[in-house]
Design a protein around this ligand. Structure first.
Ligand code: ZN
Length: 567
């Protein structure tokens, strides 16, 4: 591709071009901006190069020889890349035809081996040289390459599906959420329909926690900087904490984490071993600085709400507590149809605490996983310095992996805040502290749900599960009556009676309303609806009571389907 771009733009400067998952990219400095229309032209040039069938040859050379060759080609970015190669490492060039590039390799042997019909250039994007916004903005061209045309085709179908489900696209089309540069980058506005989804999730989340004897707490959104000095957050995570604001001459910070607040509540009273475990839960909004280039819709933001909880327990209670968390993780993830993998992150090179407490905590995590028959993949040394953890990765409907729940043991905060309980032997002891979040960030989780469900939310979450469509205004009264009945049972219902039926049906489908209850003369007479269900070909006629029972069953079972038949 770089060869083709240089043939089309001889004055172009080439920067860096690595392989990535399912493809590759290359960054260029070009005399003019590229558009998507340029991509077929570059592809055509690439096919010529493939057709020429030139061999790739690898030449190693000294740093001086390499520098001479680069200066001949007048490629300034390559000079910098050459400087980056550590002393003593082999320096190689790959050549084919008239093209020559500083490259580590490996390459295919000949351009012939590239299938002319199994690659495609996908997109053009801006990218700063070395990812630094102080540097020049370059043009990045993305492409994909496969061994067979059919694999490329399959991949393109997948990409199309990913694009169709993109939560930013669906968010715009369905008026779910927005971001506003003038308000601040990475700050999410939840619009009415997505606000409804979130409220349902939150209520369910509170119910699940109440059943497991977690108590709700609320802690301040800002705190004197002293708090984050004591917690160590300023020392260890300075980059992600927002700059201080002045209050009465003292620096205050917006909280990046809820933990110090929960520790402060724990420390406000004395605790006996009989009080433990103490479980506190908060849907806590936190703010963390993320570089602007990494922000992405709802998935990577600067303000988000964690479904945060902390457990304070005795060392002996730790394994039981972890078991309960693992059960809860399973309950929550399986409700959305997510499969998941769990990773045990063990002691890193730099760590706090003794071998003994690390061993105890890790064996509690392992023991709990065994009791739950949960397979733990190893993530050796992947723990944070203050304790081991289990991280979950979840797999969505497209087979993509997302960062999931985390359960983490902490040896740091209990020390830093000197938390204690009075044990049975009347000695003051340190409780064990567990951090856990299951949604993680509500913003990221719900952004992921939009893509996972393609915004066809299950009935219990669905902001608008039913459209009532009278065929003519003659059926307006029974339509209104049905709407009232459903609203009284807590379902949102759109009454759609303006315009031709076919258009109303299409609008309901576009707005992702899964149930369309059509009422004509006959249905009105018999107290029935003719039901169109999303994804179900056959229309069915149900009595009003049957329809209500169907919706209530779908809601209470948190069914992942809309159809009448058994799951
Ligand atoms: Zn925490």
């Amino acid at each position: 591709m770089a060869d083709a771009v240089l043939r089309l733009f001889p004055e172009a400067k080439v920067a860096i071009g690595p392989p990535i998952d399912h493809g590759f990219y290359y960054d260029f400095e070009l005399p003019r901006a590229l558009t998507d229309e340029d991509l077929p032209l570059i592809e055509a040039e690439m096919r010529k190069i493939i057709g020429a069938g030139n061999d790739f040859t690898r030449t190693t050379m000294t740093r001086e020889q390499a520098a001479a060759r680069i200066s001949e080609s007048a490629q300034p970015y390559k000079v910098e890349l050459l400087d980056d190669i550590p002393e003593g490492e082999e320096i190689s060039f790959y050549d084919h035809g008239t093209w020559s590039d500083l490259c580590e390799g490996p390459h295919v042997e000949s351009t012939k081996q590239i299938r002319y019909d199994a690659f495609k250039l996908l997109s053009v994007a801006g990218a700063y040289w070395r990812g630094d916004s102080e540097n020049k903005m370059l043009t990045r061209v993305y492409g994909t390459a496969w061994w067979h045309k059919k694999d490329l085709k399959k991949y393109m179908v997948y990409l199309e599906e990913v694009q169709q489900r993109d939560h930013r696209k669906l968010g715009r089309e369905l008026n779910l959420f927005s971001l506003h540069a003038e308000y601040g980058a990475g700050l999410v506005f939840w619009h009415q329909k997505l606000g409804y989804v979130r409220r349902q999730l939150e209520q369910w989340w509170w119910d699940l926690h109440h059943q497991r004897e977690y108590w709700p707490v609320y802690t301040p959104h800002v705190a004197s900087e002293e708090v984050f000095i004591q917690s160590g957050h300023l020392e260890n995570y300075a980059d992600m904490i927002w700059a201080p604001m002045d209050v009465d001459g003292r620096p205050y910070r917006v909280k990046p984490m809820n933990c110090p607040g929960h520790v402060t509540i724990f420390n406000s009273t004395r605790h006996s071993y009989r009080d433990l475990p103490v479980r506190m839960a908060e849907l806590g909004s936190v703010y963390r600085y993320e570089p602007s280039g990494t922000l992405h819709g709802m998935l990577r933001v600067r303000g988000f709400t964690q479904d945060d909880a902390h457990i304070f327990c005795t060392p002996e209670q730790l394994a039981d507590e972890i078991v309960d968390v693992l059960k809860l993780v399973h309950t929550i993830l399986s409700t959305f149809g997510y499969s998941y993998t769990a990773y045990l992150a063990t002691r890193p090179e730099k760590f706090l605490g003794t071998d003994e407490i690390w061993e105890h905590a890790i064996s509690a995590l392992v023991d709990a996983a065994e009791r739950q028959e949960l397979n733990l993949e190893d993530d050796p040394g992947g723990g944070v310095f203050y304790g081991p953890k289990i991280d979950f990765k979840i797999k969505d409907a497209l087979g993509r992996e997302w960062q999931g729940p985390t359960v983490q043991v902490d040896f740091n905060l209990p020390d830093r805040f000197d938390i204690q309980y009075n044990d049975a032997d009347n000695e003051l002891k340190r409780p064990v502290m567990v951090h856990r979040a299951i949604f993680g960030s509500l913003e990221r989780f719900v952004g992921g749900l939009i893509e996972h469900f393609a915004a066809w939310f299950p009935v219990w979450l669905c902001p608008m599960p039913v459209a009532v469509l009278p065929i003519t205004d003659e059926q307006l009264d029974p339509a209104k009556e049905l709407r009232s009945k459903l609203m009284a049972r807590g379902f949102n219902v759109e009454l759609s009676h303006d315009g031709p039926l076919r258009k109303r049906v299409r609008d309901s489908e576009v707005n992702k309303i899964p149930y369309m209850a059509v009422i004509g003369e006959r249905e009105a007479e018999n107290g029935q609806v003719s039901l169109r269900i999303h994804g179900v070909k056959q229309q069915v006629t149900l009595t009003i009571d049957e329809f209500i029972a169907l919706l209530e069953d779908k809601r209470s079972s948190k069914s992942l389907t809309y159809s009448i038949d058994a799951e």
